[in-house]
Write a new protein. Structure first.
Length: 687
């Protein structure tokens, strides 16, 4: 009966059980010889202890975990580790030939067995998902779904945040993404596409999911009519942004799920999705979203070991970068090391688990984002060792997902996309010794105050997602944690955790507001409710425009004018967006041919900045400085930051050149319509 629940042939089931049992028995016996605090009388007792540990985990662990899942998530799984310790201590009380002299040895035993289990799974070429399938999949398989032959195919859309077409091709060629290389070798195609302006997640993912992203001019912007600063990864703002588009229906509106995304696409099931966190307050106190992930007694240990290895990897790579004096580079802090570990390991593992879980629930479309590459590349560079190894680990997740498809209740096709790319270069401050805010203050001779709205760090919103899900049922604990982080924010900087609801940022009437998004910045004059025109800016701030365009770090300014409409200006010329004419040298000549159209669209937004500032792009080196303290960045134009990719089965035809994220929505929607047609699905299967 037990073996019949395994979704593998009998010989593989027996092989896995026997090998793991033998490895764990040998490990436990060896630890008994090595650890002075552990006593095992014989090899037989070691074998019996491993057997009893497995039985207790099977009986007690699901019940205890069900009652404590919120605490487990809140502690990022540490409580799951504590359960492993409890089980082993219980075995020591039951068995006379298996005893501990101190609790330190118990911890060593848990870590030792888990580590050797992990080593065995890799060295013996066992499927690393076997333990996951063994514990979880039998409970996930729906009993009321029709057989696979009666089900239309489903669609899995995997977004790799920030991965450009060129870096993807480089990673495949260098062997970092063997799974994707095999996809291409068999029946997949890769196409580049232009994500448009602004080249950042809130605009691009909104366009992909809803087919529209109007009035999302940057990662953060100021709305004059509401006197409000909007920040894409502030949870209340993320929810507000999506509400403005939900009437569009959404790519995920029918029997679909959203995992690890900024927006939900109107999915019925949204997990780790920033815009839907407020809904988690309505959940029952004992939420079971992450129950199956922590059900396997060694699943969390496996993840912890990967997190430790990721920390070691970061410290090593950071040290090598410093000793080799690589340039450009930015300071990599302990905070970044932790951020990298959480995003590139913990949330990655959770996302994969939840995706496979949704496959076994029969979701029609599953849209999931892996954002670890974007996090690492921001601080290390687009093709750094850290960034490429992060892609290698994401590739392994895709292989796990692909392997799981054969056991799902319906066939799935996988489409892999990115929402934007990344450009890189020394920061604006590194190159010119001054920030953009300081430059504007110097030009204006400190006569006006400027509110600099901070850096565009998307990751904190995703960490918010994980923590809010755990904290939402416990209001008192939530308030306590929020007070702690509010104090930390005041002391250490602008860290917006636990910001649901987020108080509106108050901006004084006399202030200017500067919003930076990579190489793109928007300057708002808040004392005037409507958008200031070129003629008005020259009258109110006579030297501002001339001084900015003459600075060597400024590529161009975009400003609306009374006479000619929106114009693009730099020191060499002016381009008229409405008439498509220019005087002098064309400021947009070095950019993609769609740049003029993208800027024209940007200036149609009611909340675009009074002055749009783009840093200078060098097409010969591909370098472009960020206004933020980021080595690789996105948000503007120039380089690969607008060059996204889509990788898809060749039987799903790629229709045309895509020059905006909103156009990608309709391409994906067309593929949905093809796959969800039972007749066409049968035609595909017959080919």
């Amino acid at each position: 009966m037990l073996l019949g629940r395994f979704p593998y042939p009998p010989y593989r089931r027996m092989r896995h059980i026997l090998i793991v049992w033998i490895v764990e028995t040998i490990t436990l016996y060896a630890l008994g010889r090595w650890l002075p605090g552990l006593y095992i009388s014989s090899e037989v007792d070691a074998f019996l202890a491993v057997t009893l540990i497995g039985l207790l985990n099977a009986i007690l662990r699901p019940l205890i975990l069900k009652l404590t899942i919120t605490l487990t998530v809140l502690t990022l799984g540490l409580f799951s580790f504590f359960l492993n310790i409890v089980v082993i201590v219980l075995v020591a009380f039951i068995m006379p030939g298996f005893n501990f002299m101190d609790y330190q040895s118990v911890i060593y035993v848990v870590l030792g067995i888990s580590f050797m289990n992990l080593i065995a799974s890799n060295l013996l070429a066992l499927d690393e998902n076997d333990s996951y399938y063994r514990s979880v999949i039998p409970k996930l398989k729906p009993k009321d779904l029709p057989p696979e032959s009666a089900q239309p195919a489903g669609l899995i859309i995997i977004e790799i945040d920030g991965l450009s077409y060129n870096v993807l091709c480089e990673a495949i060629d260098l062997g970092y993404m063997p799974t994707l290389r095999n996809f291409v070798a068999k029946n997949y195609q890769i196409h580049p596409w232009n994500c448009g302006l602004p080249s950042q997640t809130s605009a691009s993912q909104m366009g992909i999911l809803y087919g529209e992203n109007t009035n999302i001019p940057a990662f953060r912007w100021y709305e004059k009519d509401r006197e409000k600063l909007v920040v894409s990864n502030h949870l209340s703002d993320t929810a507000m942004i999506e509400r403005r588009f939900q009437h569009k229906g959404g790519l995920l509106a029918v029997n679909s799920s959203s995992l690890g995304n900024m927006f939900s696409g109107n999915a019925g099931r949204s997990v780790l999705t920033m815009s839907k966190l407020s809904q988690f307050r309505k959940l029952p106190k004992k939420s079971g979203i992450f129950y199956n992930f922590f059900l396997n007694p060694y699943n969390y240990i496996h993840t912890v070991l990967l997190m430790i290895l990721e920390l070691i990897r970061e410290f090593y790579q950071s040290t090598v970068q410093i000793l080799s004096r690589r340039s450009p580079r930015i300071r990599r802090t302990i905070l970044f090391a932790l951020e990298r570990t959480v995003s590139a390991v913990l949330i990655r593992e959770l996302t994969t688990h939840l995706l496979i879980e949704d496959m076994f629930h029969g979701s029609q479309t599953i849209y999931a984002t892996y954002f670890g590459y974007d996090v690492v590349a921001h601080h290390t560079g687009v093709s750094s060792p850290g960034a490429l190894t992060t892609l290698r680990d994401i590739d392994k997740q895709i292989q796990r997902i692909n392997d799981a498809i054969e056991h799902a209740p319906r066939m799935y096709e996988i489409v892999i996309i990115s929402d934007h790319g990344l450009s890189e270069g020394a920061t604006f401050q590194q190159r010119f010794g001054i920030t953009l805010e300081q430059l504007i203050q110097r030009i204006l001779e400190d006569q006006f105050s400027i509110v600099d709205t901070g850096a565009s760090e998307e990751t904190k919103g995703y960490v918010n997602s994980l923590l809010q899900m755990a904290l939402a049922p416990h209001k008192k604990l939530n308030k306590t944690a929020r007070r702690i982080y509010e104090q930390y924010k005041k002391d250490k900087g602008n860290y917006f955790y636990f910001d649901l609801p987020q108080k509106d940022t108050q901006v004084k009437q006399s202030d200017m507001v500067l919003c930076t998004s990579g190489s793109l910045a928007m300057l708002y004059f808040t004392h005037i409710t409507q958008r200031l025109l070129l003629e008005e800016i020259k009258e109110l701030y006579p030297n501002l425009i001339e001084a900015l365009i003459c600075h060597p770090g400024i590529g161009f300014l975009g400003i609306d004018s009374y006479i000619n409409g929106p114009v693009v200006i730099n020191a060499e010329g002016i381009y008229y967006l409405n008439s498509k004419d220019f005087e002098g040298q064309n400021p947009l000549a070095i950019y993609d041919e769609t740049a003029a159209w993208q800027l024209e669209k940007l200036f149609s937004y009611s909340n675009v900045g009074d002055i749009v500032i783009q840093s200078r792009y060098n097409p010969e080196t591909g370098q472009i400085p960020a206004f933020e303290n980021l080595l690789a960045h996105h948000g503007g134009i120039g380089g690969d930051q607008t060059l996204a990719f889509v990788l898809h089965p060749e039987k799903l035809h790629f229709d045309r050149t895509i020059n905006d994220a909103t156009q990608m929505h309709y391409q994906l929607q067309k593929w949905q319509n093809i796959l969800f047609s039972s007749l066409l699905h049968q035609d595909f299967e017959s080919k």
